[in-house]
Design a protein around this ligand. Structure first.
Ligand code: NOJ
Length: 683
């Protein structure tokens, strides 16, 4: 089977300097207002129909979103959304580029046209609100502004009335939101949009014609996370997780909501991660970013998940001084920047998921010499990565957090993994509601003040906050590698990561924790796992390819150090960067395969990662992105003869060949397989 693909040079952004221009216009009393993206392809129409403010979206004369409603329901006040007239309109245009301190691309272009429409109630309280629309070439965004006014001061939102009324019934790739226990950690399913339950965003949709759309949100600061519920056929309505008393959002005017975004791409290969959302977040609030440093890390972690060691005290305690020293030395010897240690702090004994209040975030177990290990790590040029599992005991955490972060700062612990295993807070506030969103922001800001980079597990989804707070490096927020360790779960199927790339990863980096070499889990106490139980469902080469496909600025090599010793394939993990100049999807189909190209930000090397589902594939990848007339060497980590995720996952073939811009590589992928390629200058 062959799948031919061509690299699309558009995704190698060459813009370094672009003009900034701004124009402002005003219109009064018109009932219909049109906004176009700079390339004229995405068009928004805003109008009042029967006293209701509605918007619709077309792309090149194709109807995407039919007139859809906007507004709010409040506690103790009439709903806002009917009996309206348009009272003010203004416009703006922006074209500017900015540089990321780290990221999947170095430069981001923010090129959009803006339309701001204010609507006022003609009777009743006479309140006003505005909706600001931005049209980009790759999508549309809008948010509400509630200005300060006499009849709207403090408010409690019971419902946001935003709708997305689809012109057709696209195919949707979704995870359910009505299952609070999983915190986004479910396998993606697909179905017509009209038959979905309440789902999380990002929500990826494919129209009959093959247009790819992603509905998501940006700049979630002080609001509840947005879910979407299909109602009345093709209409999606916004649904919001609640405070314990049922209120969705508390606020006071002046107030702005997060942006609601609809990314639009002509095909899967045109669908690029996250830059639209970054443009909708304010620039960095951190002036000196020199301490923020993407890195690869290892950790006392996988051993805990395969039951080889324990978080809690006892003979198998993983976080001992001796063990952590061994990890620090391995990290230093192999060029890793950090060592995560879980189970270092008091509180893990007994059922830690139910004993949230017992966690101390400053006191180590007696067999873990925190100060000496921090010193040893510093001496060896590595940082310890702290671990704070809260089990959703956020009040317990907040009581200790200032002391804890001061301690970590004094010890030179420059990165922290946090965790929020649990369904809701002790007081009953939803995991993804406004109460928790406020908490997560507080932690980001406090961490920034203490020079700490963050990796959040069981997080709120990524809405681009890393632009403002570049210490917010990565997060979980999907089913990661750990599901392959948990007996009884069944693990992640071979197609899993080919779906993640086009769904969860659209929102931003993920701490997926790739790099398991002991695919059969022979290191677990009960020996190699059978195909029926949880185990890693990929080939070894695919584990390597995931370093290119699944972007994370803190990227783990998750297996035990002893499983990397003497393995030639480990060289790829040592080489692969975590900070990129450019990134591009160069081919793919959701749930089938994906090929990703990235260029090192700090050197001349290019990397390609290709992964497939349970089907073998042969892909033609032209290297036309390479500078003409120069010679390169491709170091190829391919599935070996007979490789198969089920029968022979370890077969790998490592080879080198000379390549140049005219070369087309044939990339053969085994069932559940992958290929990882480093392309370096020949001299
Ligand atoms: C779940 C996290 O995803 C995992 O990485 C961590 O080891 C455990 N919680 C314990 O905090």
């Amino acid at each position: 089977m062959g799948e031919n693909m061509r690299i699309d040079a558009r995704w190698i952004p060459a813009f370094v300097s672009v003009a900034l221009f701004t124009s402002v216009g005003c219109g009064w009393g018109q009932e219909s207002h049109r906004l176009e993206s700079p390339d004229g392809k995405n068009v928004v129409l805003v109008e009042v129909e029967d006293g209701k403010l509605v918007y619709s979206i077309d792309r090149e004369n194709r109807k995407l979103i039919l007139p859809s409603g906007l507004g709010f329901e409040f506690r103790g006040a009439p709903p806002m959304g009917s009996g309206l007239v348009i009272s003010e309109v203004s416009r703006n245009s922006v074209d500017e580029a900015w540089e990321q301190p780290w990221g999947e691309v170095r430069y981001v272009r923010d090129h959009h046209n803006e339309l701001r429409v204010s609507a006022t109630e003609t009777d009743g309280p006479g309140r006003s609100f505005a909706v600001v629309f931005r049209a980009f070439d790759d999508g549309i965004a809008f948010r509400y502004e509630l200005p300060e006014q006499a009849n709207l001061d403090e408010f409690e939102i019971l419902d946001e009335l935003t709708e997305f009324q689809f012109a057709e019934d696209p195919k949707a790739w979704w995870i359910p939101a009505n299952d609070p226990t999983h915190r986004y950690e479910l396998l993606y399913r697909h179905s017509p949009l009209s038959t979905m339950p309440e789902v999380h965003t990002p929500l990826t949709l494919v129209t009959l014609e093959g247009l790819h759309l992603v509905i998501h949100e940006a700049n979630l600061v002080d609001y509840a996370g947005m879910n979407l519920t299909a109602s009345m056929g093709r209409r999606l309505s916004v649904t919001l997780p609640a405070w314990a008393d049922g209120v969705k959002v508390r606020g006071r005017t002046p107030f702005v909501t997060p942006w609601r975004t609809i990314q639009v791409a002509e095909s899967a290969a045109d669908l690029q991660p996250s830059l639209l959302g970054l443009n909708l977040n304010p620039p960095s609030a951190i002036e000196d970013m020199s301490w923020i440093d993407p890195m690869k890390y290892i950790g006392i972690w996988w051993s805990l998940h395969i039951n080889l060691e324990t978080w809690g005290s006892g003979p198998d305690h993983g976080a001992t001084t001796e063990n952590a020293r061994r990890y620090i030395d391995f990290a230093a010897d192999n060029g890793f920047g950090g060592v995560l240690v879980e189970g270092w702090n008091l509180g893990w004994d007994g059922n830690w998921m139910e004993n949230a209040d017992l966690f101390s975030f400053t006191e180590p177990y007696p067999d873990y010499d925190l100060e000496a290990l921090a010193d040893h790590a510093t001496e060896r040029g590595v940082t310890l990565i702290g671990h704070n599992e809260t089990s959703m005991g956020v009040e317990n955490y907040e009581r200790q957090i200032e002391d804890a972060f001061s301690l970590y700062q004094r010890l030179g612990i420059g990165a922290l993994k946090t965790g929020y295993v649990g369904d809701e807070t002790a007081d009953g506030h939803a995991h993804h509601g406004q109460y928790m969103v406020r908490h997560w922001r507080r932690v980001i800001e406090l961490a920034a003040r203490h020079g700490i980079m963050l990796n959040v597990h069981e997080p709120i989804k990524d809405t681009g906050e890393r632009r403002t707070w570049p210490n917010m490096m990565t997060r979980e927020g999907a089913r990661g590698m750990e599901y392959n360790a948990w007996a009884g779960d069944g693990g992640n199927p071979p197609e899993h990561e080919t779906i993640l790339y086009f769904t969860r990863m659209i929102s931003g980096p993920m701490d997926y924790t790739p790099g398991v070499f002991d695919i059969l889990l022979a290191s677990s106490p009960d020996g190699p796992r059978s195909p029926e139980s949880a185990r890693v469902r990929t080939t070894l080469a695919k584990q390597l390819a995931l370093y290119v496909v699944l972007y994370s600025p803190l990227q783990m090599a998750s297996d035990l150090p002893e499983n990397y010793e003497g393995q030639p394939a480990f060289q790829f993990i040592r080489d692969v960067p975590v900070d990129w100049e450019v990134s591009a999807t160069i081919g793919g189909r959701i749930g089938d395969f994906v090929v990703v190209l990235r260029k090192d930000r700090d050197g001349p090397d290019w990397y390609i990662g290709a992964i497939t589902d349970e089907n073998a594939r042969s892909l033609e990848v032209p290297l036309s992105f390479l500078p003409e007339g120069e010679s390169f060497v491709a170091e190829i980590y391919a599935d070996g003869d007979g490789a198969h995720w089920l029968d022979d996952p370890l077969a790998i073939e490592i080879s080198e060949r000379e390549v140049h811009s005219q070369t087309t590589l044939t990339v053969d992928l085994a069932p559940g397989g992958g290929q990882a390629i480093r392309i370096r200058p020949a001299t």
